[in-house]
Ligand binder design. Structure first.
Ligand code: ADP
Length: 544
């Protein structure tokens, strides 16, 4: 039976449309960047658009074809922003690479993606030197720096970004591409095995950007000043470079200086209203603010995601600095946004403490993302706020297949996230763990996130990680690894006492080990697999 077709224009959803929108409607809104050259660079969306069109011409002159990949190893900055739009805009694929990965892994990714040209910030020149002769597909290396500041390199002769675009015309007509064409590529950080490529389409990026702007997500408007600390080299900085253009916000890029002082200086000087980053970043910013007795006068909200937001961190920012930390959850395979925590009207009637509690979960699904919790047989579990199982998702910006992989990761058309949690009747998701980090004690599951959050609420604790340690009787038991704040101290006994009444007794860690620092991965998360390798047998070695 034929259906009556709608009669609206079949205009394709394209990344270039976001730029054109900003160029026409927010021409004089600023984009500010801290540069490796040492200064602060500022220009407008319309000036950016001119350089992006020049870059589009330069890429075509170089011979980059539709569907071919162009890579970046770069900090957050205006040149990186330009590449986001130029590469995708001409129909090629913007491939961001995480420079915190080991050079071997970077080379593996470049080869897997068959990148034809690679743009890099000079901080990463040593990586480029190390991988150059292992990456035969790369025909051009471009240093994202002024020509007079070019690095000395051993194995490549890069061209300066400015020289690369200098002779090009600023006239360029963005092609009408198929919205399902590939636009961007990002590899998961792959704690085990090789990284997997997630290939975003123009359509998925534009739809995701619309959703990310919603009041119950980033909630930005044209009066906002947004500073993405989350890197443009991983999952498109949670889409903020696209959000900026759609909403016409002033963007502030921090470059390589991500220490508390430099970030807070930009917050104040540029009157930043909204920022976003992983919890470890906010812990550092907080330390700086506390140690230097500083305040934040313009920041209203900071999005926290990538790993669970410690409640103590959220409380301190709210009470001492008037900044609301907003919890969001997502992943590379979801572009990344899945859920975002904003209150509903009924929450506003609650006491302050109850409202704070409501803020702690990972939040509600953003429209476009469907979620379900399934048991080990794949049956949907009730959305009752306690039935805990594997989290599966689907939606137009969720991965269907990994780049160059034939087998589908999907189960019944849903993507298994590898996260474990529950959803309450209001739709709020709580992640209790990652499947591979769950502690299985005598057949029962213990979620490590709860234990870490309680530990981090202790005033002497800077960071904590709870891992499964092998146990003779119970198979696995929780072992807590703790990094103490500078100048503070606490005993194991006192720390364990701190758990009393906050958690079921059998969830209390069997032991606490104090460490100088916790190993962080390429996206700023504690590497629990490393900790398991090192400390997994700790309890077996204990006297019975
Ligand atoms: P990778 O660390 O492999 O690069 P991503 O950066 O895509 O992967 O991270 C996705 C994972 O990070 C999620 O599956 C989840 O386990 C974790 N994560 C992201 N946001 C949160 C959050 N708000 N709370 C708890 N875990 C989170």
């Amino acid at each position: 039976m034929s259906t009556l077709q709608g009669q609206m224009m079949d205009v394709q959803l394209l990344v270039s449309a976001l730029l054109r929108h900003a160029d026409y409607n927010h021409a004089d809104t600023e984009i500010v960047s801290r540069r490796l050259e040492g200064d602060i660079h500022r220009y407008t969306y319309s000036e950016a658009a001119v350089r992006i069109r020049k870059m589009a011409n330069a890429l075509e002159a170089f011979g980059l074809k539709r569907g071919e990949r162009a890579a970046t190893l770069a900090w957050n900055g205006y040149r990186h922003f330009e590449l986001y739009y130029a590469i995708s805009g001409i129909g090629s694929v913007m491939h961001t690479i995480n420079p915190r990965l080991h050079p071997e892994q970077v080379a593996w990714i470049v080869n897997h993606a068959e990148d034809r040209i690679l743009f890099f910030d000079i901080t990463f020149a040593p990586i480029v030197d190390a991988i150059a002769d292992k990456c035969p597909t790369v025909q051009q290396w471009v240093a994202m720096i002024d020509p007079d500041k070019m690095p000395e390199m051993k194995n490549v002769t890069p061209v300066s970004y400015e020289d690369f675009i200098q002779a090009q015309s600023a006239a360029y007509e963005w092609p009408e591409l198929d919205e399902n064409a590939a636009a961007a590529l990002c590899y998961t950080s792959g704690t085990t095995g090789n990284p997997k490529g997630v290939l975003y389409s123009h359509r998925s990026l534009v739809l995701h950007t619309y959703a990310a702007c919603l009041p119950d997500a980033f909630g930005v408007d044209a009066t906002d000043v947004v500073l993405p600390i989350v890197p443009m080299f991983h999952v498109n900085a949670w889409s903020l470079p696209y959000v900026g253009a759609l909403a016409g916000v002033k963007l502030v890029f921090p470059g390589a200086k991500l220490d508390g002082e430099s970030v807070c200086e930009l917050f104040e000087n540029e009157k930043v209203t909204i920022s976003a980053g992983v919890p470890t970043v906010w812990l550092l910013v907080l330390q700086y603010l506390q140690q230097n007795n500083r305040k934040l006068s313009t920041v209203k909200r900071m999005t926290v995601g990538g790993s669970a937001c410690p409640p103590a961190l959220m409380k301190t920012f709210k009470n001492d600095y008037g900044v609301q930390l907003e919890h969001a959850w997502g992943m590379t395979e979801m572009s990344p946004l899945g859920t975002y925590n904003h209150p509903k009207a009924k929450h506003l009637q609650l006491s302050e403490d109850e409202q704070f509690q409501a803020r702690l979960s990972q939040g509600r699904a953003v429209f476009g993302v469907e979620m379900k919790i399934v048991d080990d047989k794949g049956n949907r579990m009730p959305q009752d706020g306690q039935s805990t199982g594997d989290l599966h998702v689907r939606g137009p910006w969720v991965v269907d297949r990994y780049f160059k992989k034939d087998e589908s990761p999907l189960v019944d058309g849903w993507f298994p996230t590898g996260d474990v949690g529950y959803i309450d009747p209001d739709g709020y998701l709580t992640i209790t763990d990652r499947t591979k980090d769950v502690i299985k004690s005598g057949g029962e599951w213990i979620g490590s996130i709860d234990i870490e959050n309680i530990a981090m609420a202790h005033p002497a604790v800077a960071m904590a990680a709870c891992i499964a340690a092998r146990h003779e009787k119970w198979d696995e038991r929780p072992l807590l690894l703790v990094q103490i704040k500078e100048g503070q101290s606490v005993t194991k006994e006192d720390l364990l006492k701190h758990f009393e009444g906050k958690i079921a007794k059998w969830w209390t860690p069997d032991d606490v080990l104090f460490v100088d620092s916790l190993p962080l991965g390429a996206t700023g998360k504690v590497q629990k697999n490393k900790l398991r390798d090192e400390y997994g047998d700790h309890l077996l070695k204990q006297p019975a």
